[in-house]
Design a protein around this ligand. Sequence first.
Ligand SMILES: [Zn+2]
Length: 417
Amino acid sequence: MPSVTFTTSGVLRKSALRQANDRLVLNTIRRNPGISRSEIAKVTGFSPASVKFVVNRLLRSKLVSDEKPESSSRSGRPAGGLRLRSGAMAAIGVEIARPDSTLILVDLDGEILNKRTVPFRAEPEGFLDELAATIRALAGSREPREVLGIGISLPGTIDKVAGRVIGAEGIGWVGVEAGARLRRQLEWPLFFENDANLSALAEQWYSPGEGNQLRYFVYIRMQGGLGSGVFVDGRILHGYSSAGAEFGHIMLYPDGRLCNCGNRGCWEQYASDAALVRAYRESGGVGGGDGAMLEESQRIVELARRGDLHALKALRTTATYLAYGFVSVIAALNPQAIIIGEPMASAWDLVEDVIQSELRARVPSYHLTGLRLLPSRIDSRSALRGAAVLVLQHFFTRFDHTGYDAAPSDVVMEAYG
Ligand SMILES: [Zn+2]
């Protein structure tokens, strides 16, 4: 008999519960390729009968395959069991950024199948219409019903539900209704998120092993300013109006450099791609200067590797400022890890000692216990990867498109006993 299912939000519909159980089993199979039915029962706490019921449904929908051990493995290692059929569905990720916006089509494992770019234009309407047409073309390379949705990375302060850019000085958009315009032209579910949050999501999704080992961590994005994505108890911290975790605007110096937020002395004025380029010029470095900030800052990392002392000094100065901000981040959040994105991730071996020694000098040792400082494992397109993951995450761990936001583990799960 199905058990009564209550959540903090009320009673779940039976269809939603069925979908939640399907997604939990599917996600368990995704994370543990080759898993058996009895192992799924152990991991999920479902009864063996419930697991059999759900797995049969997933097999019928062709989302998983059931490989017989004897059909494979001549190496002696059993290769049978249940596996996700990663090609069964696809998702699209879009990163709206300057100078080019990039689109990827990925399979259920997040592997990139196809890619397009659209040159960014500050004039939103024409740009968004071209973007919508390109999304449609990319989705058209699959059966339309196989595309689960479109995840879109937006810079700056955004309303993620409406897909509205409240303020993104870096690309010159203020009050742009990107979501409304795209939704009028596209029939797939659209999901919006801030770029730094998506970089953090990508780190979590692609982290090895169980995937959810990272539950309390901060991602520091140093492209187009300093953005931060914060995970608390495995979820993105959004704040009351999805404008939270803006560590780039914590104030280091009340009389410091003017920030485009209107304040002075914000962290991002001292630790970002642009701040690195500025530090390079101030230390006497020359050359370049016309490229986009990311390319310019990556060039400085390469120069430092080739022994350019101005470039090395600029990197270590910027790393020192990065550490100043970490002092506040650590005090505020007690994270298990701080992950640092590009361009600093590529220069990690050149700067790690500066950051470590600043933190040891400024933070009580008991606040540093267990804290890991990690360079990002993903290249500079982490927000793009995260945009596609946003769709996949919704598919694997959410079960309702009406905004119910609980992970399946929060739900009582026995409906087939
Ligand atoms: Zn600011």
